[in-house]
Design a binder for this molecule. Sequence first.
Ligand SMILES: Cc1cc2nc3c(=O)[nH]c(=O)nc-3n(C[C@H](O)[C@H](O)[C@H](O)COP(=O)(O)OP(=O)(O)OC[C@H]3O[C@@H](n4cnc5c(N)ncnc54)[C@H](O)[C@@H]3O)c2cc1C
Length: 403
Amino acid sequence: MTVSFELPDDVRKVSDEVRDWSLHQVRPLARESDRAKGLPAGADAVMADCPVDLSPLAIATFGRTHGDWGQEFALSGFTTNYVLGAAVSEAIGYGDSWPLATLRGSIAEKAILALGTPQQQERWVGGFMRGDFRSSAFALTEPHFGSDASQVATTATRTSDGWVIRGSKMYCSLGASADYTVVFATVDKESGRHGIRAFVVTRDTPGYIVTKAREDKLGMRAFETSGLSFDDMHVPTDALLGSEDQDSRGFYAALGTLNTSRPLTAAWAVGIASGSVDYLEQWTRQHGRAFTPRRRRGIDEEVLRMRAGLAAARRLYLRAAALQDKGVDNRREASAAKAYAPQIAEAACRRVAELMGPDGTSERHLVEKWCRDIRIFDIWEGSGQIQRLTISRMLMGSGAGRA
Ligand SMILES: Cc1cc2nc3c(=O)[nH]c(=O)nc-3n(C[C@H](O)[C@H](O)[C@H](O)COP(=O)(O)OP(=O)(O)OC[C@H]3O[C@@H](n4cnc5c(N)ncnc54)[C@H](O)[C@@H]3O)c2cc1C
């Protein structure tokens, strides 16, 4: 299928505005967000000034029109929701990535839309669609696995009036503060992925224990990543998303929702690295007079090479997003964008820091922070290695199987 690689004019206009906002308002708070390991003071005011209302934009990437839920948001005029979402993600990442910690609307809602009955969709996502932006979490990863989702060891046992969930999760984004969490558990350990089901659990459920509110991470420190434990957690029958007798198709439908966010994740990574490369150029202009022509030329060549790599990564995520907008299966393209963009972005961030010498390690320059932040983009939502495995399986004709 042919898709255009040019951003539509209206999308370009919005993403340029967002990039400008991110550079001038988000970036000045970047260092504080890193030191505070949380949102910086003034974050609310900065977010309120964002040229785009970001929660409706997140909704736009849920794959439903706002009209389905009786609500029209300011962004509903756009027909390229995924391309818009991706372009805006890159534009924000250009300034710094801390706003990611403020966004509402996650893969949890996408899982509910993929798996839930119409009543469950209305109950958990309907309010959100009408502007009541609650926060949510998606708890799949456990202490001993992440990539191989069939290893879920958290159990859900049937009782006369519901389920008892026992187990633990880690690296759960917003797990300590989310209003509700989609928890993956097995109802039958022996049957592997066929036994895995998803449950919606509110944070105030007895037995929902936050074992670590905030993981101390290398980067993305403003972003809450939590450890959870479920201690004989009783939930009602209708906490189970969909029907009890579903097979592994339900599980894959929920995991498949990650396809919709992978192009956005790739776009964030390209944004961070583009900001880093431009920072190097500015730094070179300030300090470069003392450089030999040879060193100066070397930096210019490296900048060109890094920009070419990032442009290729941008094309990959835009292609995946454009296919999504057209309603075409984009699993391969979404995986390709996720496999390539964070890797090329991480290499660029590291090279920028190297080229700046000791300045690349100093807290006076954000490039050292971006080197740390970017590492995580290759890991979450399925690591780059797993994406490459997925693509090779698709190319070899063994379906969309995901490790
Ligand atoms: C900041 C952050 C936020 C996160 N948020 C969430 C969240 O909200 N919800 C959630 O459920 N999870 C979340 N995660 C977890 C993340 O999705 C997992 O870390 C990721 O899926 C990798 O799983 P793992 O950590 O178990 O690594 P592993 O699966 O142990 O993999 C470790 C390394 O081995 C490689 N590897 C594994 N299997 C293979 C294979 N078969 N072939 C080749 N290489 C392989 C991987 O690519 C990786 O490089 C988050 C992680 C981070 C860092």
